[in-house]
Design a protein around this ligand. Structure first.
Ligand code: NAD
Length: 423
């Protein structure tokens, strides 16, 4: 099958290289020319496990990076929209990139003869596809839904750091579609996957994505709140979570207390859902609390530092781990950002290290001191904050240092002045 993927970010590139590797012909389009230039040279614009290996194997064979839409659209029967859907300042979803890409697709569709299936992979608030996306494509293409083209919502559920594995091994595939929609192409595309495939309405598929992210972030804020109480009681929340997780109604996943969730999705999707609910005259108290707990969580390390030292103004603070989780260079909404901001407010000397995310964090905080070697950071700092659970942080030499471990990374605490965040 010929496929065009619009947007070469984490979702778009994983989707594009995934399908290319499954022997489909994929055109990957982005309006960021630098990204396309890099891809044409066989280089990824970001790190995601496994993608760098797939790129040269497929480049200019099953995978073509392109900065024009018209040729690829004409040749493709399916078009995946994978552009970003960030937050506006007021928390509502920002649909600018979706509108832009739908307009572009519509204008280029005008001259295409064949029937196209357009798949919305970007996360969009319920009813967006029905009320906004389809009308925009119809307007700019002068074509009619289900006569000249179809639109489906197939949300993406992968986890960064494990995206390619999740692509090839999904738990379920949710296909949102109009009732009478034709399934031939979609069924062919997903024929090699063995997981359950659920066909629902467009808005139900959109809501499944938001509800899944809301539930996962709820689990994290829940266990962080329990963790904060455990800390006051002198208990280890990881032991508590382990005991809870055997109950199949609870499950063991996403019960790792820490400095709060980050990443590009949870916060912005929760905010968007809250705003949508409020626009319907409903106040989603639980969703609001998930964010409130999460906003406070990174700052718990600052309280611990203040509790430990009478005078903090001459302390050198080493931040180990800057990406929002291990296995990625993505720093979007990373707890490290909120911790560093507060350390800057307190006028402290900040040292920082990450095995992958230094270039991205340097763009956000150009004026703090970065280390290329984590042991050097430890040797030169008074307080060490372990903020990301990179496995390489486990066996560093922390002897003699005050360490606040927010992710339960260190096992060997001999000679270390060790403080767990929630244990
Ligand atoms: P991203 O910011 O990494 O990538 C988006 C890409 O779209 C960028 O390369 C940008 O240049 C490109 N783009 C923007 N407007 C364009 C246009 N008009 N034409 C062509 N390209 C355009 O975003 P992402 O993390 O890949 O997320 C994409 C969507 O998928 C979002 O809606 C997000 O919520 C959702 N999602 C993300 C994840 C994740 O873990 N990152 C997981 C599931 C779902």
């Amino acid at each position: 099958m010929n496929i065009t993927v619009v947007g070469a970010g984490y979702v778009g590139l994983t989707t594009a290289l995934g399908y290319a590797n499954l022997k489909h012909k994929v055109f990957c389009y982005d309006n960021d020319l630098e990204k396309i230039k890099l891809l044409k040279k066989g280089k990824l614009p970001f790190f995601e496990k496994g993608l760098q290996e797939l790129l040269p194997l497929n480049l200019n064979k099953n995978f073509v990076a392109t900065d024009t839409l018209i040729d690829s659209l004409d040749k493709s029967s399916m078009i995946f929209i994978c552009v970003g859907t960030p937050s506006l300042n007021n928390g509502k979803i920002d649909l600018e990139y979706i509108f832009q890409s739908c307009k572009e697709i519509g204008m280029n569709l005008k001259s295409c003869k064949d029937y196209k299936t357009i798949v919305i992979k970007s996360t969009v608030i319920p009813k967006t596809t029905e009320e906004l996306i389809i009308p925009i494509i119809e307007k700019y293409s002068s074509k009619k839904i289900q006569i000249d083209f179809d639109v489906k919502v197939i949300p993406e559920f992968f986890q960064e750091g494990n995206a390619l594995h999740n692509f090839f091994n999904p738990d379920r595939i949710i296909i949102g579609q109009i009732n009478s929609s034709n399934n031939l192409l979609i069924d062919e595309l997903y024929s090699s996957f063995t997981c359950p495939v659920l066909k629902v309405s467009l808005a139900t598929a959109e809501m499944i994505k938001y509800s899944s992210n809301a539930f996962l972030s709820c689990k994290i804020s829940f266990i962080n709140e329990i963790g904060n109480i455990c800390k006051l009681l002198g208990l280890d929340v990881y032991e508590v979570a382990n005991g809870m997780g055997y109950d199949p109604r609870i499950g063991p996943y996403f019960l790792n207390a820490g400095p709060g969730f980050g990443g590009s999705c949870f916060t912005k999707d929760l905010q968007a859902l809250i705003k949508k609910a409020e626009s319907l005259d409903y106040t989603p108290l639980l969703l609001q609390s998930i964010l409130e707990v999460n906003n406070n969580q990174p700052l718990k390390v600052i309280n611990l530092i203040k509790k430990k030292f009478n005078k903090i103004d001459s302390l050198k603070i080493g931040v180990l781990g800057l990406s929002f989780k291990e296995g990625t260079d993505d720093v979007r909404e990373s707890p490290a950002i909120y911790i560093i901001k507060e350390l800057i407010n307190l006028n402290l000397i900040i040292h920082a290290y990450d095995p992958m995310a230094l270039p991205n964090m340097k763009k956000k905080f150009p004026n703090i001191k970065y280390f290329e070697n984590p042991q050097e950071l430890i040797n030169n700092s008074d307080v060490i904050l372990i903020v990301t659970a990179w496995p390489q942080f486990k066996n560093l030499n922390y002897i003699g240092k005050y360490v606040i471990d927010t992710r339960k990374v260190i096992d060997n605490k001999k000679g270390v002045d060790y403080e767990g965040l929630c244990w």
